[in-house]
Write a protein that binds this ligand. Structure first.
Ligand code: UDP
Length: 320
């Protein structure tokens, strides 16, 4: 009998790649997703490849309806990814984001515990807020505005980490926490509002690239296949974490804009727009812990990853 995973948010950007990789590795996969930011088209090819071994359940994770269907099976692992992740998405869905990052996390933790499955939580570099130390190490507690607009995401993720750790301490629950840094690649929605999807769509359609602020803020984009490998490594390990997963190749937002223009050979210009409130100024992961404990490190450099992402986006510009 093959191993089985539950993937919450399995029809989302990273979740759908994770489901695909698990199926490739001969796992059975049950995916729970309410399609609020994910899409059936992200996993429709898996129903074909996976045959009976892939079951999508369209349901809001923070309501218990999914449990009776998902609960018919045994599980080895639960990967909890469900959440809006793009700032425009979570700013537009503040209450839903808090709900899936609190009740949704509790229900999936309880589900994993009842099924004696390992629980892997996908937290975020946003737990570091606008960080005062650089690069960010796991021992840093962060600099988060608890009442600002981004708090619906940041604090939900921080609460989920706290809940995961409390259950680990109190019940001995088998858990692992990953902190994901900016991830990009195929199946990001062209209109999801994040920096690289915006820039690539803008450069491909001849529109100005919208740089927020003066573009001196930094991010360290990680290609999605590397991120999925990191999650699988954490899943296979007995590490509790938290552990950073990301690519330390840091670039300013303005550099990212110019890289995208150069690779595409676009005529687009750069337009400067106001910086969103509480936008972190520098972000780069220290991945020493992941290297040491998981033997993991990203393999796709930024230029190569951007080329692959741009190729994919060329054929997918009509998505919303
Ligand atoms: N950003 C930008 N132009 C855009 C979208 C985003 O300059 O069209 C900036 C944003 O202000 C932030 C960085 O790019 O400094 C990354 O933003 P994103 O929304 O991708 O994710 P974040 O890391 O802020 O969660």
């Amino acid at each position: 009998m093959s191993s089985r995973a539950l993937v919450t948010g399995g029809a989302g950007f990273i979740g759908s790649h994770l489901c695909a990789k698990l199926l490739e590795d001969e796992w059975s996969v049950v995916c729970v997703d309410d399609l609020s930011t994910g899409s059936s088209s992200n996993v429709s090819h898996l129903e074909h490849i996976g045959g009976d071994s892939f079951l999508p359940i369209i349901s809001d994770l923070s309501k218990p309806e999914w449990i009776s269907t998902a609960g018919r099976y045994d599980y080895d692992i639960v990967y909890h990814l469900a959440s809006a992740a793009s700032p425009p998405d979570y700013l537009a869905m503040p209450l839903e984001t808090l709900s899936v990052g609190s009740t949704g996390t509790l229900l999936s933790l309880e589900f994993a515990y009842e099924h004696e499955a390992r629980f892997v939580y996908t937290s975020t570099s946003e737990v570091y807020g606008d960080p005062l130390i650089h690069p960010q190490v796991e021992s840093y507690w962060g600099n988060v505005n608890p009442v600002g607009p981004r708090s619906v995401y940041d604090e939900a993720k921080r609460f989920s980490e706290a809940l995961t750790m409390a259950r680990h301490r109190k019940l001995g629950q088998n858990v692992g926490i990953a902190r994901l840094f900016n991830t990009y690649g195929p199946r990001m929605r062209p209109g999801d509002g994040r920096v690289l999807s915006n820039f690539v769509v803008q450069a491909l359609t001849g529109k100005p690239l919208t740089v927020y602020g003066d573009g001196s803020q930094t991010r360290s984009p990680c290609y999605v296949s590397d991120m999925v490998d990191g999650l699988l490594s954490l899943g296979r390990s007995d590490m509790t974490g938290p552990v950073n997963l990301g690519n330390p190749q840091e670039a300013t937002v303005l550099e990212l804009a110019h890289m995208v223009i150069e690779i595409i050979g676009s005529e687009s210009s750069v337009e400067f727009l106001p910086l969103p409130e509480d936008d972190p100024k520098r972000r780069c992961p220290d991945i020493s812990l992941a290297r040491e404990r998981l033997g993991w490190q990203p393999l796709v450099d930024l230029h190569t990853g951007l080329e692959m992402f741009i190729d994919w986006m060329k054929g997918n510009l009509d998505g919303e």
